[in-house]
Design a protein around this ligand. Structure first.
Ligand SMILES: NC(=O)c1ccc[n+]([C@@H]2O[C@H](COP(=O)([O-])OP(=O)(O)OC[C@H]3O[C@@H](n4cnc5c(N)ncnc54)[C@H](O)[C@@H]3O)[C@@H](O)[C@H]2O)c1
Length: 308
């Protein structure tokens, strides 16, 4: 199982580290355009192998896609992150060109690869990969909902003063401050609805804090977060690599599901060895349907900025 991570920056290196530590892949190749940067990150990570007890080989590459040949899974994290006060949508100008070139280079050397898109604005970048590569939809996965759901569970646990392992919940919709749809009515603590523990006002606050989860961290860190994004990517990679059939909200091309068409947006999917093996079309309340519709309008507007 060979995994390529394009972009050796904060998120790329973090996800490479988590993949290696989980020890399910034979090789992780990290590629970046910055001379020597990916090689340096790979060497540093390899020097953690004896300490952290993994055998995954980590290789660095400066723009040499031959080293990525025959990858089963590739993660695209290349591009610029947002600075405090910026929206993810503002990154489109630079990142669209990068994501388009990177996906074409990846496919040249790994024609059967499954691509996980992380670069922002992620839903639009996922749509771009669809439109420019023509790959079957099961092989293009946008990562956003897995991270947003982890942030939702963190906020729920905090509000209930409960351990996070007690909490289950999911965020669907667009991966943007306004577009996220935290499914508060479906969230549970050990199968009991969270509304049994929290007032409507507190739940609304949890949802609001979840939606600005990334912006809050960007304000604190001065750049985009990387630990939870890296962990979320590694969870998706593991689900595919180990054929786990796990369910995550991911950005995927919809063809009528949730009443939406020709858009990549976060919905629950089953991940296995073929990538997205099923889209899970769950019934939503009228309020959630309206939020999903509004979220889709936002993503469609950003997609309109692409030069396809
Ligand atoms: N989808 C999500 O949930 C999520 C979460 C966090 C960050 N992000 C996004 O991920 C991206 C990366 O964030 P980061 O914090 O790691 O940024 P970063 O600046 O730390 O790293 C980006 C790396 O990409 C490299 N790069 C640029 N152009 C390239 C190219 N053509 N080929 C190969 N490498 C190239 C840069 O040299 C840099 O090392 C950003 O767009 C950010 O907004 C998405």
């Amino acid at each position: 199982m060979k995994v390529t991570v394009v972009g050796a920056g904060a998120v790329g290196a973090s996800c490479a580290e988590y993949i290696a530590i989980k020890d399910f892949a034979s090789e992780v190749v990290i590629l970046d355009i910055k001379e020597g940067y990916a090689e340096g990150k790979a060497m540093d990570l390899m020097q953690t192998a004896s300490l952290n007890g993994f055998d995954t080989k980590i290789t660095g590459s400066t723009s040499d896609y031959a080293k990525t040949a025959d990858s089963h899974i590739a993660v695209i994290t290349s591009g610029i992150p947002r600075k405090p006060g910026m929206t993810r949508e503002e990154l489109i100008g630079i990142n669209a060109g990068i994501v388009k070139t990177v996906s074409s280079n990846l496919l040249e050397h790994s024609p059967n690869v499954i691509i996980i898109v992380v670069s922002n604005p992620m839903d639009t970048m996922t749509y771009l990969v669809h439109k420019t590569t023509g790959l079957p939809k099961n092989r293009i996965i946008g990562m956003g909902g897995a991270l947003d759901s982890a942030r939702f569970k963190y906020r729920l646990a905090e509000a209930m003063e409960a351990p996070i392992s007690d909490i289950d919940g999911m965020v669907i919709g667009g991966h943007s401050d306004k577009g996220m749809v935290p499914l508060t009515s479906h969230a549970t603590r050990n199968s009991i609805r969270v509304s049994e523990f929290l007032s409507d006002e507190r739940l609304e606050q949890v949802a609001a804090d979840t939606k600005v989860g990334g912006a809050t961290l960007t304000g604190l860190l001065g750049t985009s977060a990387w630990y939870a994004p890296g962990a979320a990517v590694s969870a998706l990679v593991q689900a595919i690599a180990c054929d786990q059939k796990k369910m995550f909200p991911c950005s995927t091309m919809l063809e009528g599901e949730y009443g939406l068409n020709d858009i990549c947006i976060g919905v629950p999917v089953i991940l296995g060895k073929n990538g997205i093996e099923k889209i899970v079309d769950i019934p939503l309340s009228d309020a959630e349907k309206a939020k999903m519709q509004e979220s889709a309008e936002g993503v469609t507007k950003t997609n309109g900025l692409l030069e396809l």
